[in-house]
Design a protein around this ligand. Structure first.
Ligand SMILES: Cc1cc2nc3c(=O)[nH]c(=O)nc-3n(C[C@H](O)[C@H](O)[C@H](O)COP(=O)(O)OP(=O)(O)OC[C@H]3O[C@@H](n4cnc5c(N)ncnc54)[C@H](O)[C@@H]3O)c2cc1C
Length: 404
């Protein structure tokens, strides 16, 4: 793989950098990641950046022009993701832009594309993902929320959980069971749901740090038009598999990690311990060197996913396995990075953002608490290993029972 950028790509990258460098000088103390859902100032900043990105056409770089896209090469999308993540900038609706839009481009009908893609491209709409249920997470195909056809509508009843950002979202893409008599994954359908529809209610699920990012979502006779079904009835599982691959293939995480390490290195150069800078401590240098290597490995894994996705359907299986590997490695690396930061900073690493004693605006305090969830979101590490074992290595789905 050739990592050198062409002059045009360098120019595009610089444009992204100039934009985010300038905009992030106006950021409130808590600005990025899932924190945007919790904090009103962070949410307002996210929406403002989203609209500015929409005006520049940067939310829809590779999409076809008729849906508000730019038809830019996928590498420009990759560069955008990297630069935005490096600056830890909000402005991109991860569920809507990152997951739903590519799914609709492949599986949506013309009306659905025309209705939903242009507002997403302008940064006007926010989506949430209604998949997990109290008894259906890793084993998503066991979900029980029902959708029953009544004339031109479906009537939905049931419950979702862990729905990130549902309290900020305009729309939800969700899975519901349309045929309880079919084998589990064959009876599911994929719907688009306006969050203002009567019968939807939300209950906040607070994180261990007190933040409100997740929700429980309840459906009580919620009427959704049949025209909001994506793909065919009872074929929603196959639509959702595609969405999952987009969810697992994000390339920005390594770029954010690189920035964090740069800031940590700066902290070590400026902070004294036992009369000398931390950067002269052998253990600290070792930790920083190790994590830097791991970030480079993660970057190569992410680039591989993008390269395979660009080749299209013929590489779909390889891309799916690579996406699982990149997601698994990236989320576990996020955990090691959070531990490294807290270890290097000692007690200062535990001070919350907003305090004058918090280095890096409290990044590691927050990252330490949130990184565990990253190993669970979008499929746990065990599930990613299973995907690699079964689909990548052709190992049996379940281990054979032990013989006596
Ligand atoms: C930060 C975050 C954001 C999220 N956002 C959303 C969202 O917006 N929308 C949404 O629908 N969901 C969301 N989720 C939910 C997430 O998809 C589920 O939590 C996840 O799929 C795991 O399901 P579960 O919590 O039910 O755990 P379980 O599936 O009950 O798993 C429990 C444990 O058992 C292990 N396990 C389960 N099955 C196997 C197996 N076959 N082999 C080996 N080990 C196994 C798991 O790895 C895990 O360690 C989010 C979760 C997090 C943490």
């Amino acid at each position: 793989m050739n990592f050198t950028l062409t002059p045009r790509q360098q120019a595009v990258r610089k444009e992204f950098e100039d934009f985010f460098r300038e905009e992030m000088t106006k950021a409130p103390p808590v600005a990025g990641g899932e924190n945007i859902y919790d904090n009103d100032d962070a949410w307002a900043f996210h929406c403002d950046i989203a609209r500015k990105l929409g005006q520049r056409g940067w939310l829809s770089l590779p999409w076809p022009k008729q849906y508000g896209g730019q038809e830019a090469p996928i590498i420009e999308q990759l560069l955008f993701n990297e630069v935005r993540s490096y600056y830890r900038a909000p402005g991109v609706d991860v569920q809507g832009i990152g997951m739903l839009a590519p799914t609709l481009l492949v599986s949506g009908n013309e009306n659905q594309k025309q209705q939903h893609l242009p507002p997403l491209a302008r940064g006007e709409t926010t989506w949430c993902q209604g998949w997990s249920e109290p008894n259906a997470g890793s084993d998503l195909a066991s979900l029980t929320t029902k959708a029953v056809r009544r004339g031109e509508d479906y009537i939905i009843n049931g419950q979702k959980t862990w729905t990130s950002g549902a309290h900020r979202a305009h729309w939800c893409f969700m899975l519901a069971r349309t045929d309880p008599n079919q084998p589990r994954h064959r009876g599911l359908s994929f719907f688009l749901l306006d969050m203002k529809t009567p019968g939807i209610s939300l209950r906040p699920l607070k994180g261990m740090d007190g933040s409100h990012m997740f929700n429980e979502m309840f459906f009580d006779d919620v009427r959704v038009p049949a025209s909001n079904l994506v793909g065919e009835e009872n074929r929603g599982w196959y639509v959702s598999l595609m969405t999952m691959n987009f969810e697992r293939s994000s390339v920005g995480a390594m770029s954010e990690a690189r920035r964090v390490v740069e800031e940590l290195v700066q902290f070590c150069k400026e902070s004294m311990f036992d009369g000398r800078p931390l950067s002269e401590d052998r253990l600290v240098r070792n930790l920083l060197g190790q994590i830097t290597i791991e970030i480079d490995v993660g970057k190569a894994l992410s680039y591989r996913v993008a390269a395979l996705q660009e080749k299209g359907q013929e590489n779909a299986l390889e891309a799916a396995i690579a996406a699982s590997a990149a997601k698994l490695y990236g989320s576990e690396l996020g955990q090691r990075l959070a531990y490294t930061g807290c270890r290097v900073m000692g007690l200062y690493g535990q001070v919350k953002g907003g305090s004058r004693w918090a280095p890096l605006r409290g990044y590691f305090e927050s990252a330490y608490q949130q990184c565990l969830g990253m190993n669970i979101a979008a499929g746990t590490s065990e599930i990613q290993r299973n995907v690699i074992a079964v689909r990548g290595l052709d190992l049996p789905r379940e281990p054979a029972p032990a013989k006596n």
